[in-house]
Design a protein. Structure first.
Length: 240
């Protein structure tokens, strides 16, 4: 799922990478209190060895309590929107990304600092799609670093960098730093994103149609996002 917020319009577009949804639904921004963000210089002890590879039950509990929702509800949404593998990183500190040249060209002129980054290098050890996307990003950063970050979709939830304010960040650089910190931090950013775009009430009420309509757009019913979330929730509740 590749998520974009352009003004007050939620749009998601198909890409050749992990993205899978299409949407164009109006959303209400700033309708809920922004949840707190976890400290970025520490992770729960249970996450020390898996911070880049797995969301723990403690991660879900932390975020569910912040949002005031059931653990099974946030797990259900994550399992559908982030995909079965819930993959947030290609390597330690190297988040999953999709560089979108159209978005880069659209937002590069809006960067507060339009300078290029010197000495940027593609992270070592990447192959295939991961190598291609990071190469595109690094090359764009050399021209306009902040614009490149805004034109990229980040982490397991594929949130566009230009949404940094809706993710509770003061700058796109802060958003990128947090996206690169841990999968828990990616979940925190997603939680803030859905709060600030008016989806939290639907999640609290387990209004799967309402949530999917806003997150996945007009085609949500045809694609069955609401029924997938409802089934995932029912399964997770039984497992508690």
């Amino acid at each position: 799922m590749k998520s974009l917020i352009l003004g007050s319009v939620l749009v998601a577009s198909v890409a050749s990478g992990p993205a899978c949804g299409v949407s164009g639904q109006q959303t209400e921004t700033g309708s809920e209190k922004e949840p707190r963000q976890v400290r970025v210089d520490s992770v729960p002890e249970v996450d020390e060895s898996t911070r880049y590879s797995k969301l723990s039950d403690e991660d879900f509990r932390i975020v569910a309590e912040e949002l005031g929702v059931e653990v099974a509800a946030i797990k259900a949404v994550v399992s559908i929107e982030a995909g079965a593998n819930m993959k947030g990183f290609w390597a330690p500190g190297v988040p999953v990304i999709n560089f979108d040249r159209t978005m880069y060209n659209r937002f590069r002129s809006k960067a507060k600092d339009k300078s290029g980054a010197k000495g940027e290098k593609v992270p070592a050890g990447l192959t295939g799609y991961a190598l291609r996307e990071w190469t595109l990003l690094i090359n764009a950063r050399k021209v306009n670093a902040q614009g490149a970050n805004m034109g990229t979709f980040w982490g397991m939830f594929q949130i566009g960098g230009f949404n940094y304010k809706l993710c509770g960040c003061e700058s796109v650089d802060e958003m990128v730093r947090l996206m690169s910190y841990s999968e828990l931090q990616q979940l925190e950013l997603f939680a803030t994103f859905i709060t600030n775009t008016g989806m939290l009430a639907d999640l609290k009420n387990k209004n799967w149609s309402g949530f999917a309509r806003k997150y996945n757009g007009a085609s949500y019913a045809r694609r069955g996002y609401h029924t997938k979330m409802a089934k995932a929730y029912a399964k997770l509740k039984k497992q508690e």
